[in-house]
Design a protein around this ligand. Structure first.
Ligand SMILES: NC(=O)c1ccc[n+]([C@@H]2O[C@H](COP(=O)([O-])OP(=O)(O)OC[C@H]3O[C@@H](n4cnc5c(N)ncnc54)[C@H](O)[C@@H]3O)[C@@H](O)[C@H]2O)c1
Ligand SMILES: [Zn+2]
Ligand SMILES: [Zn+2]
Length: 376
């Protein structure tokens, strides 16, 4: 029996309020309106941003909400005017959309499409309404994706069709963490062959940076992390040396400058801590070192350094979603995965069912997982 045009009842992990575990509920998902796509989600990763919003610290956070933004799925039906995907297509929802018409999309220097920024931040579709209900209450959308549900509704500009040969429980991770780090090295820093790089924080994002540095032909890739358990696994991703700030009684930037004859060519902050952001900048080589901020700091926090650090030729940059124009790039990254250039499988350390989704959050908080993938 076709579900097209009908409300679908399915299971979702609902965040009813801040600071509480997710609860598995039967929800109702409306059909897609014009320009929208209803997707059956088959797998999703769990990312720090989901945890951040769930914690209540996100000033934009609204409840009750269906979180999740690292999903993979199959198109169930499309709304009026949708042409780039059709029912049955394998797709990855994208929290950075690509409308291809706004000022940002038309500028090759940025990937930050602004077409639906305001409504996406408010947790609603562009017409101000929502497509989810549970127990008589409407549920908010999240980052334009809401992948913690068996079915979700997203905009056509927030989705891309990917090669069906790729398993969705792996390429779902191309929805956030992997492109973020990989693109930070390749698109934002534009790491050159023979470079010395340092990566602060060896979670999924930092390890993806390591893959990007390796792909670019970096010579030394120094991993900086306070969890020594990360080093063995990081070698597999191309980290060549490991520095634990806890092993030293001087600032870590001084240690790194000493190890590298004056500093790094490229550093990457993948923690979200304003102190390590400063260390990462100051670990850069005078005259040309570039530091890229990827980690997301807490609301209201500020970075600082002495301006002389910049006057003497260091550059501070930042990046979201690795600088990738999302709909153009994610299908290409899927192809890189299929041609064994981009090893996504190594990121999946745990697999859980939807009912165990809170366990995936626990594995992330305790530092045990690189990524735990939730299967529907
Ligand atoms: N800019 C973007 O588009 C974007 C996208 C996704 C995630 N992020 C952010 O990237 C960051 C990393 O995400 P992740 O999923 O890899 O996180 P993660 O928690 O898996 O990894 C962080 C790592 O940093 C280490 N660490 C913590 N404090 C440290 C310190 N003081 N010194 C050295 N190492 C330290 C931890 O041991 C851990 O290995 C987060 O802030 C996340 O919000 C940004
Ligand atoms: Zn994320
Ligand atoms: Zn746009």
């Amino acid at each position: 029996m076709s579900t097209v045009g009908k409300v679908i009842k399915c299971l979702a992990a609902v965040a009813w309020e801040a600071g509480k575990p997710l609860s598995i509920e039967e929800i109702e998902v409306d059909p897609p309106k014009a320009g929208e796509v209803r997707v059956q989600i088959t797998a999703t990763g769990v990312c720090h941003t989901d945890a951040y919003t769930l914690s209540g610290k996100d000033p934009e956070g609204v409840f009750p909400v269906v979180l999740g933004h690292e999903g993979g799925g199959i198109v169930e039906s499309v709304g009026e005017g949708v042409t780039s995907v059709k029912p049955g297509d394998h797709v990855v929802p994208l929290y950075v959309p690509q409308c291809k018409t706004c000022k940002f999309c038309l500028n090759s220097k940025t990937n930050l499409c602004q077409k639906v920024r305001v409504t996406q931040g408010q947790g609603v579709m562009p017409d101000g309404t929502k497509r989810f209900r549970c127990k008589g209450q409407e549920l908010y959308h999240f980052m334009g994706c809401s992948t913690f549900s068996q079915y979700t509704v997203v905009l056509e500009i927030s989705i891309c069709k990917v090669n069906e040969a790729a398993p969705l429980d792996k390429v779902c991770l191309l929805g956030c963490g992997i492109p973020t780090g990989y693109g930070a090295a390749l698109n934002t820093a534009k790491v050159e062959p023979g470079s010395n790089c340092a990566i602060f924080g060896l979670g999924a994002v930092g390890l993806a940076v390591a893959l990007g540095c390796r792909a670019a032909g970096a010579k030394r890739v120094i991993g900086v992390d306070i969890n020594p358990a990360k080093f063995e696994v990081a070698k597999k991703f191309g980290v060549t040396e490991f520095v634990n700030p806890k092993d030293y009684d001087k600032p870590i930037q001084e240690v790194l400058v000493g190890l590298t004859d004056g500093g790094l060519d490229y550093t990457f902050e993948c923690i979200g801590n304003v102190n390590t952001m400063r260390s990462a900048l100051e670990a850069c080589h005078k005259g040309w070192g570039v530091s890229v901020i990827i980690g997301v700091a807490g609301a209201g926090e500020e970075i600082s350094t002495r301006p002389f650090q910049l006057v003497t030729g260091r550059t501070w940059k930042g990046t979201a979603f690795g600088g990738y124009k999302s709909r153009d790039s994610v299908p290409q990254l899927v192809d890189e995965y299929l041609s064994k250039k981009l090893p996504i499988d190594d990121f999946v350390t745990h697999n859980v069912s939807l009912k165990e989704i809170n366990e995936a959050f626990h594995l992330m908080h305790s530092g045990q997982s690189i990524r735990a993938v939730v299967h529907f």
